[in-house]
Design a protein around this ligand. Structure first.
Ligand SMILES: *Cc1c(COP(=O)(O)O)cnc(C)c1O
Length: 394
């Protein structure tokens, strides 16, 4: 098929051309004397993405899924109680991972399309006066449903209850795209992967540990070998890794950090919000459809899950979009399979790139017989983006 594929799954996201070029490098000696000149600034600059001055960052040759394991097995012991909420495929998988690791997982079901119920959380934390709950596992942005949790409010609930549980967050589809403040929100372990907001191929997990979480590794008894932080702490302090790193990815990461920090993290967040709002205008005002996220307070600025009207199958929309228009949309996962499709809008994106997802989704929906006014989605998005466009340079 001529022309490019339009990639709007929420991950992998589009890799900027400058990042692709930065990764096109010969292999090199990862024990060379000047290798730390690459590594040390990466670990430092990652802190600016996690928005921390006191935390310690790590780069693992792994994916987000391993990030859950790294967070847990370096801080907890078999049988430790952890508290979590299940409101989508990714919060589900983290809970499953905790169970497989032998933790005592207390989790509560939340309807998909909502997030962590703060009143319930506050009550459970207050009830737990013996502090049996050792960690709180919270998926910041549930990629399956397009729901973002209010982490500041969750920190407040912990503080209000005077509860010392470690605050662990999965930021795979949040960090580097939407506001995340490790220090201000008192997050103890935050993790992400390379292929979402950080615009790289999959294959790296990035983590940040608070000093409190780092200390826990001395008492944590869950078995760990490859994912042991101690080996990283030892090697990283001199700018090396305990095993062979993916050096090309490190050069890509260098470029990504340069791009993000040059734009400014607050500007990155604002851009994601504005682009996301255009998509929501298309869905709600243009097409008159509904979102999986049930209330504006949950709306995600990195992914929108769109509910197809009763009697239609979202898988058919995706099938047509892919085969006819070379557009990759995100699938509805497990409980919402066939009911929703998703538009990922994070990473290297601007208005006209995202316009292709809206236009393609609309054509595919009309092709499968969903009754929409032609051009209604993109018109709503265009007008919003025009109204909120930055002033021209003087
Ligand atoms: C994509 C994603 C993951 C899984 O990451 P992998 O890199 O595929 O292992 C975990 N959590 C969230 C919120 C995600 O969006």
């Amino acid at each position: 098929m001529a022309g490019r594929n339009h990639l709007y799954v929420p991950g992998p996201t589009n890799t900027p051309d400058s990042v692709l070029s930065a990764m096109h490098v010969p292999m090199e000696d990862h024990r060379a004397p000047d290798f730390p000149n690459l590594v040390k600034p990466l670990l430092d600059d990652l802190k600016k993405v996690f928005r921390t001055e006191t935390g310690q960052t790590f780069i693992f040759p792994a994916t987000g899924t391993a990030g859950w394991e790294i967070a847990m097995n370096n801080t907890l012991s078999p049988g430790d109680k952890v508290l979590s909420y299940r409101f989508g495929q990714f919060s589900h998988l983290w809970i499953q991972s905790a169970q497989r690791m032998g933790l005592d997982v207390e989790y509560h079901e939340v309807p998909w399309g909502e997030g962590v119920p703060l009143d319930h959380l506050t009550r459970r934390l207050k009830e737990d006066s013996n502090h049996e709950i050792k960690a709180l596992l919270i998926c910041h942005n549930e990629t399956a449903t397009g729901v973002t949790n209010d982490l500041a409010a969750i920190r407040q609930a912990l503080d209000e209850a005077g509860h010392p549980a470690l605050f662990m967050t999965d930021g795979v589809s949040a960090i580097g795209s939407i506001p995340f403040f490790m220090d201000d929100w008192g997050v103890d372990v935050a993790l992400t992967g390379s292929q979402k907001g950080l615009m790289l191929p999959a294959g790296n997990a990035y983590l940040c540990f608070s000093q409190k979480a780092l200390e826990m590794r001395h008492s944590a008894k869950l078995p760990r070998s490859f994912l042991n932080l101690d080996d990283h702490i030892q090697a990283n302090k001199d700018g090396y890794f305990p095993y062979t790193p993916n050096t090309a990815m490190l050069h890509g990461l260098r470029k990504v950090l340069d791009l993000l920090l040059e734009e400014g993290m607050d500007n990155v967040y604002a851009r994601h919000h504005r682009l996301a709002e255009g998509v929501r205008r298309a869905v709600l005002d243009g097409w008159g459809l509904t979102l999986c996220a049930k209330d504006p307070k949950w709306y995600s600025d990195t992914v929108t899950a769109i509910v197809v009207p009763e009697g239609h199958d979202a898988r058919e929309v995706m099938h047509v979009a892919y085969h006819r228009y070379n557009l990759s949309l995100g699938a509805g996962l497990t409980e919402v399979a066939g009911k929703v499709f998703r538009i990922g809008h994070l990473g290297d994106l601007n208005e006209l790139m995202l316009a292709s997802a809206i236009v393609g989704a609309e054509m595919a929906m009309r092709d499968v017989g969903i009754d929409l006014k032609p051009g209604s989605g993109i018109t709503a998005a265009m007008e919003y983006w025009r109204d909120t466009a930055a002033p021209l340079p003087a």
